[in-house]
Write a protein that binds this ligand. Structure first.
Ligand code: PLP
Length: 359
């Protein structure tokens, strides 16, 4: 039996978003890699990407990619998190491309690829300022000279990641810098590099503003297709659907209570010091949802007259004072999810998943 909480996933909307992103990028001669990791690599969602016309997929987890293969997905897949040295065998077996920044790992990839009589494609990650993965420019010469002699791999592209750790936005300037590095790399290895991969969803805004350097020919897009949003630039794409994922759960308590706790106040269950605004007596609902289910800071009640007061491991407390519907225990409350909550909700064993929408 299906009980709450439940994540309702509209595959038709995801397909629609995939097709729109693909068309938008193709007008600017940019290939799109569809990144499924934002929903923990759900196979049904990967299939919706493909139904929307996306040919090349990507995920950060080889475990998810193995599930794509078990589900019969034969499309080219890129592994987006630099491989673990302990896992390169699977990377060669199940993915065609991986992003990399460590020569030791690349050497090991080459070794297994050669054993399997494969050529594995490498995208060398360049750090242009966000300070997550990638080599700095001063390492370029030595890195390329080392990897150009490794058999079993080919340097397929250079790429960069932005808007993640450092929150650094993609700009014409930092992507031109990447293009510049690609040119230097071609000189060092003495052949051309097929792909310049200029980031993910946060780079779409540059495209919208016609500020993308012409040489960038690939983006790896997840969030925009899944949620129609861009968390780095704090915006919605008007031309995409924002509600492909809706979380539902039920009310387990409704009480009128004060808005400020009474008694001696220490720390909350997660060790934080809670703060409260005194709004007098308010009507509060507790729903069956908590920090054990998902990251609570990224959820928004669909009804804008309901607000989130806070939550603990298993309880989420809502202010329903201004809600006009006569809400009762057992009624369902719906939430929109931000990226952080989507990632955690799709991993949760407590949240059921229901797929709707024809693809
Ligand atoms: C997650 C990820 C992406 C996709 O990012 P979105 O913001 O979801 O579009 C692209 N590249 C790398 C390396 C990633 O880790």
């Amino acid at each position: 039996m299906q009980t709450s909480p439940k994540l309702i996933i509209n595959l038709a909307k995801i397909k629609h978003n995939a097709a729109r992103v693909l068309r938008f990028c193709s007008l600017k001669e940019i290939d799109v890699i569809g990144v499924v990791k934002g929903c923990s690599g759900l196979v049904e969602v990967a299939k919706a990407f493909i139904a929307g016309g996306i040919v090349n997929l990507a995920d950060s987890r080889i475990e998810n990619i193995i599930e794509f293969r078990s589900a019969g997905i034969k499309n080219e897949v890129t592994l987006l998190r630099i491989p673990r040295l302990s896992n390169v065998k699977n990377v060669i077996e199940y993915s065609e491309i991986s992003v990399n920044s460590e020569v030791e790992v690349i050497k090991s990839l080459g070794y297994y690829a050669k054993m399997k009589k494969k050529i594995h494609k490498i995208v060398l990650m360049i750090d242009v300022g966000d300070l997550r993965e990638g080599i700095l420019e001063e390492e370029l010469f030595d890195t390329l000279n080392y990897i150009k002699n490794i058999e079993g791999i080919c340097l397929y592209g250079v790429g960069t990641n932005l808007g993640c750790f450092g929150g650094v936005k993609p700009t014409r300037q930092n992507l031109n810098y990447l293009v510049n590095i690609a040119c230097k790399a071609e000189k060092i290895i003495g052949s051309s590099i097929e792909v310049i991969s200029g980031g993910g969803t946060s780079s779409l805004t540059l495209l919208e503003n016609n500020e993308m350097p012409n040489e960038v020919n690939q983006l790896r897009v997840g969030e925009a297709i899944l949620l129609g949003t861009d968390v780095t630039n704090n915006k919605n794409f008007e031309w995409l659907e924002q509600d492909a994922f809706v979380l539902e759960t039920e009310i387990i308590e409704i009480k009128e209570k004060p808005s400020v706790p009474f008694g001696e106040v220490g720390r909350d269950s997660f060790g934080n010091k809670p703060k409260f605004n005194d709004k007098g007596i308010i009507k509060r609902a507790i729903v069956a949802l908590g920090k054990q289910d998902l990251y609570l800071n990224g959820i928004m009640p669909k009804d804008n007259k309901i607000s989130v007061l806070g939550g603990s491991s298993d309880h989420l407390i809502l202010d329903i004072t201004n809600n006009d519907n006569d809400l009762k225990v057992g009624d369902t409350i719906k939430f929109d999810l931000g990226y952080s909550s989507l990632v955690s909700a799709t991993c949760s064993k407590y949240i059921q998943k229901e797929f709707v929408g024809e693809i």
